[in-house]
Design a protein around this ligand. Structure first.
Ligand SMILES: [Zn+2]
Ligand SMILES: [Zn+2]
Length: 496
């Protein structure tokens, strides 16, 4: 038996060592990777229903879903939802089966190791999940431990794959911890399982707008779950698990959800459902959907309900009753503003002038000075994926007038005006630059730094990645010294 196993192993090795063929096969697989996505996009009617619903949401946001940037958005959003909930269609058994390996432990009860009692921990598993209360993605850092029994161990990668099955559903952190723990316990049948989670939920846009880059301002919660030997009072296994997590700066407590009683996990849960079961709950605006939103708002809410249904969820499950309303409420933060006040043309242009001196002022030896307004926060919504991107905007411009300039608050309003809608970062950068250039036509430079939830939640980038874009107009495009001076000023202010 052992010889047979060994023989097969060598055969596989030989195939891999044959280099060329094996490598090419893998490459083909990678290249082919973009095609199967169409197949996984939901068969027929479900995918079509989600796309139709997304078009209704775009309409509700006052957008033309036929315009270039938005034409494929329903498809992309449907695909992201479908992938983000693929856990409903995956089975733990399929992953763990065939990945249990015999491994000797310590005989005669002289200690704990290997396949009998040797604690195994996989730390820092990055996952993304969808909050069931609002349909926004939340970030999860997951740590799993288990104690093998009966002289067998499970392939290590299976621990994170099983965790991912449950993350790829509409979730709540506590339930996620419990489900991962229960699934591993019943499929591996070990002496015990421990799961520790740190979860971060996107806050309201106004909180993102004041948080610069990174995950500052996000709502954080910890949760854990355990079974078997970890559950025992003063369990040494639990103590070892939590101590080994501390090596990584992670504090975990048994069966604990921090602060749940003090503050709700999902920041949008404070938005109550306008009407449910006939009796009025606490409401956003006087107990009713604002009448001027009326029909559109209702049709958006039913569009989201139909998305839940298409994903295989039950929209009237207790936790999901208010979800469509909350998601629509979030989206409406990014409805294109119809307020002409903010446009920097015609009559309103004069209003931008202010007598206040502000921003850092540099002299380049002549009468012209460079003014700047740095680190102005914004929160926008990616029009390709309907997920937020947020960060800071830095503006610099040549000013030939002495003693005046644009009030920082006005520039911040300008950033808000162009940011608070469905956008792409490149266009946002360009539009801000052009708006300022319409007044200061000597030269304008704009740098936008942002985190994109769509890049993180689709697994393309890690949480800490960020994106910078730059737009340069007029003299900044030829005066490299002025440009360098401005960029250095940004870097000197962003360090702290
Ligand atoms: Zn939420
Ligand atoms: Zn995007």
């Amino acid at each position: 038996m052992g010889a047979l196993e060994e023989g097969r192993f060598e055969g596989e090795l030989a195939a891999a060592e044959n280099g060329g063929a094996g490598g090419l096969g893998e490459l083909e697989l990678e290249l082919g990777g973009s095609e199967p996505e169409a197949a996984d996009c939901g068969s027929g009617s479900d995918a079509a229903a989600v796309e139709e619903a997304v078009r209704a949401l775009l309409l509700g946001l006052g957008e033309d879903h036929e315009r270039e940037g938005l034409r494929r958005t329903p498809h992309r959003v449907a695909k992201a939802f479908r992938e983000g909930t693929r856990g409903y269609r995956q089975k733990v058994k399929d992953i763990v089966q065939g990945a249990l390996f015999p491994e000797a432990g310590i005989p005669n009860g002289t200690g704990y190791a290997g396949g009998t009692g040797g604690l195994v921990i996989v730390r820092d598993i990055d996952l993304f999940s969808y909050c069931e209360l609002c349909l926004l993605p939340f970030s999860v850092q997951c740590h799993v431990g288990y104690v093998p029994s009966a002289n067998r161990v499970v392939g290590l990668s299976k621990l994170s794959r099983v965790a991912d099955i449950f993350a790829k559903r509409l979730q709540d952190p506590h339930r996620l911890a419990n489900e991962v723990c229960a699934a591993l316990h019943s499929s591996i049948k070990p002496a015990g399982v421990a799961v520790s989670l740190q979860c971060w939920h996107i806050p309201f846009p106004e909180n993102l707008r004041s948080s610069k880059l990174g995950m500052q301002g996000w709502v954080k919660i910890s949760s854990s779950s355990c079974s078997g030997v970890f559950e025992e009072k003063n369990s040494s296994f639990w103590n070892d698990f939590s101590t080994i997590l501390k090596f990584r700066g992670i504090n975990t407590e048994k069966g604990n959800i921090n602060c749940l009683a003090l503050q709700p996990w999902c920041p949008l849960s404070s938005l109550e459902v306008p009407y449910s079961n006939g009796h009025s709950m606490k409401n956003t605006v006087n107990g009713k959907i604002p009448s001027k939103l009326g029909v559109t708002y209702s049709s958006m809410v039913s569009a989201v309900s139909s998305i839940l249904l298409s994903l295989g969820e039950d929209p009237i499950r207790k936790e999901l009753v208010g979800t469509p309303h909350r998601y629509v409420h979030w989206l409406m933060n990014f409805k294109a503003s119809a307020n002409p006040e903010m446009k920097l043309d015609g009559y309103n242009l004069d209003k931008l002038w202010s007598n206040h001196k502000n921003g850092e002022v540099f002299s380049n030896g002549h009468t012209t000075i460079i003014r700047s307004a740095l680190n102005m926060p914004f929160c926008s919504q990616c029009e390709h994926h309907l997920l937020p991107f947020y960060g800071v905007v830095h503006i610099g411009y040549f000013d030939e007038q002495s003693g005046s300039g644009i009030d920082r608050a006005r520039l911040q309003s300008l950033v808000h005006f162009y940011g608070c809608k469905l956008q792409v970062q490149e266009r946002l950068t360009k539009q801000i630059a052009e708006a300022v250039y319409s007044i200061f036509s000597k030269g304008v430079i704009v740098v936008v730094e942002a985190n994109h939830i769509c890049m993180i939640s689709r697994g393309i980038e890690k949480v800490r990645s960020s994106t910078a874009t730059i737009a340069v107009l007029g003299q900044f495009s030829s005066d490299s010294a002025a440009k360098a001076l401005f960029l250095e000023t940004i870097s000197s202010t962003s360090g702290g």
